[in-house]
Design a protein around this ligand. Sequence first.
Ligand SMILES: [Zn+2]
Ligand SMILES: [Zn+2]
Length: 426
Amino acid sequence: MSNISMLLIIFVLIVPCLGNDEEDNAFEYLKRFGYSSCNDSSASAVKCSENFNELLKEFQRYFGLNVTGALDQSTKAIMNLPRCSVVDKPRQSVLQQIIKFKWSRFDLKYRIESYAYSKEISHTKQEEIIQDAFNEWSKHTSLKFTKVCSTCLADIVIQFTSRDHGDDHPFDGKILAHAFPPTDGRIHFNYQDTWTDSYDSTSKYEINLFLVAVHEIGHALGLDHIRNKQSIMYPTYQLKQRSQILPLVDQQEIQAMYPKKVEEGEIVEKIYGTSKYRGQMKNGLRHGHGQIVYDNNATYVGEWKTDKFDGHGIYTSSSGAKYVGELENSTFNGQGIITYSSGNSYMGDFKNDKVDGRGMFTYPSGSHYVGEFRNGDFNGRGVFMWANGDKYVGQWKDDKREGYGFFINTKGQVQRGQWKDDNFIK
Ligand SMILES: [Zn+2]
Ligand SMILES: [Zn+2]
């Protein structure tokens, strides 16, 4: 064989494999971000027998482009956008969809090992931004995030680092950050990017730290990229406003992995020692409307504030006494009606569990007192009507007639004057 024909054979063998530079770069991109199942990093599309155009179509479908299978302008434009280097998984297997790596605890610790280089945002400000980013996820789940010291043991570890940084996912100019799923939890930001806290920077080099942090925390909690442009888990960087961070699609994704936060208004059931509560809660305390049943069968149903009976409610004691009315700080306070197991009842003002103010006290016999009370007793001005029709109108002290008053019986006999210790003096 002549040298020329040998060269020709080599030429024929090699040229179709290399393609052009743009296509090679595009293929490199598709492999890097999860569109190719070809593992040999040095292989071209031809060599690992995957159809470049089919992979391109997959990519175009993922990003909602026209599915041409050709490396057109809009496709190249997306490939040039700054992005996260976690893979896109366009063809998730059923197994991948089912097996999600997630944290088994909801109370997670994080630490910040290193910071962004930024003239604009101080370390303290960066810490605030990162805590705010965690809060976006805890708003919609039972997850709680606590920052610990930079060397303390933590579930999620945040670093600003550059180029090859020891995890086989080196940063380059296009990559903003990446994160590892639970229970790894590392989050790496590209130290060489220009991080900002501005939401209206027109510079394509300025990257909003909060937006990328919310995205990467999503990965550290177990979320994959989401092929919905509204989602914060979209693979490429999108400048968004602070108010529209987690749309419904992201809330649903995270709530599929972690329980929802118990919102005010939702009914929960909780055991307190031997008593059982069913009702609303806020910040872990009984708050709103709820009912508790104690083991001695006493019950309260009504309004709560920070774990206390507060507002309008009905309390029934184990002996069968029943209070319907206003409460404050777990005591009868305000207006209410109480019916005792003895058959006595009172309707009127209460203060700190005691009958206090103005009201009417009624005995089962039908006798009743209408007037002023203090500290649980008749105190002040009041009228007592006996069941037989007798009547006292006057001053009272500690349940006894004392001071000026008059007594009149059914026959019309009257005692008018001073009283002491329930007896007429003169
Ligand atoms: Zn990502
Ligand atoms: Zn890394």
